[in-house]
Design a protein around this ligand. Sequence first.
Ligand code: SAM
Length: 259
Amino acid sequence: MAGLLSCLSMGAQYDAIGGRYAGWKETPVPTYAEVPTVRRLLAGQVEGREVLDLACGTGYYSRKLKQWGAARVVGVDVSQAMIAEAREAEAREKAGIEYVLADAAALPVLGAFDLATAMYLLHYAETPEAMRDMCRNIAANLKSSGKLVALLPEPDYVLGKGETERYGFTYRLVAGDQDWMLVHADVHTDPPFSIEYRHWARRVFEDVLHAASFTDLRWHPFAVSPEGLAKFGEAYWQDFLANPVSTILTARLPGSSGR
Ligand SMILES: C[S@@+](CC[C@H](N)C(=O)[O-])C[C@H]1O[C@@H](n2cnc3c(N)ncnc32)[C@H](O)[C@@H]1O
């Protein structure tokens, strides 16, 4: 049985969430685990490069990519509300980021980018075929040897193992199948919000990326930064590290980079 929120298409949920999502990025997991891990993986990959930030939401990573030295950043999102928030932030503080309202599964060619980021995008595809279309469209927007960095729900996440309240969210299972688990997450930010999404099997992500010509697939677990360990102590992070909720997958197109 599908959940209440999953009556909406996966992406459409964010029209209702809008700016409330930004509160989540201020909590410990994104601040001290997700962002430092992304930053470490992108070291030397962003400076002076053209970056396509898919599922940019309110522009959180689009702005970070600019701060990390990208020459050009184009943010893409399917949600009108999220793109409106991103554009408002750009109007308040000009960073030179372009924001495009588009579905990644039907994305036109916007340029020949060095790097594509898909931070919490691919799992919102309703089917592996739609996910494959997203990946093909990403490939069509990359230069030869262009790189993809994708943040994803951890395929091996075990629902109910360990405590999540202290990290600011609670989970319950909505439905499951051989290749996915649909979860409902309540995020205890102020104001709070809820979201439903799938933890897809590792094989599904790998198959669709290979079908879209990506190669050199690598999984990178989150690590907690020294600041995060110092601030909260090792015991605080134990459950998160034993059963991480998200992970990172990198891939690249064939070709010699020359850089
Ligand atoms: C969890 S938010 C991630 C925002 C940002 N990347 C971050 O990490 O903070 C997921 C975003 O994916 C967007 N999204 C979902 N399906 C999409 C699709 N088919 N095409 C483009 N964006 C999509 C949603 O609108 C939402 O803004």
